[in-house]
Design a protein around this ligand. Sequence first.
Ligand SMILES: Nc1ncnc2c1ncn2[C@@H]1O[C@H](COP(=O)(O)OP(=O)(O)OP(=O)(O)O)[C@@H](O)[C@H]1O
Length: 148
Amino acid sequence: MEQTFIMIKPDGVQRGLVGEIIGRFEKKGFTLKGLKLLTVERSFAEKHYEDLSSKPFFGGLVEYIISGPVCAMIWEGKKVVTTGRKIIGATNPAESAPGTIRGDYAIDIGRNVIHGSDSVESATKEIGLWFPEGPVNWQSSVHHWVYE
Ligand SMILES: Nc1ncnc2c1ncn2[C@@H]1O[C@H](COP(=O)(O)OP(=O)(O)OP(=O)(O)O)[C@@H](O)[C@H]1O
């Protein structure tokens, strides 16, 4: 089954949105396969966002990500990568639809609360970086009530 990497950024943790965000993924039917609260080193944040290193906002983005604890998660389910991005909403909260996490809880692009992998390939890479120990191995007992 497909997996994605979801991270509640420091603003989401500080603003008390962890429970709300986990609830949205749980209620959709996705399965939590990894969860940790941690503050990352600068070099780790730079590695996570290495594809954006040439962008003018890269320095500010790294400062933002290391400014406090983040909640790192692995979520599993059918099409969880693309559906996860839909639940999160557009990168710029000014363009995120109401009902999405960023549409409901964010205003500025540089404080957009949450990250989600943008492809199955980046999900594999990001899960490997954030969870070198791998996902927790368990099966949800409601699987047959979510999938036909
Ligand atoms: N113009 C910008 N100014 C400030 N920060 C930005 C800007 N563009 C992107 N960012 C920050 O960099 C992050 C990564 O940008 P990217 O283009 O990969 O968007 P994304 O894939 O929607 O976001 P994420 O990778 O966090 O899920 C954004 O979520 C946002 O926090």
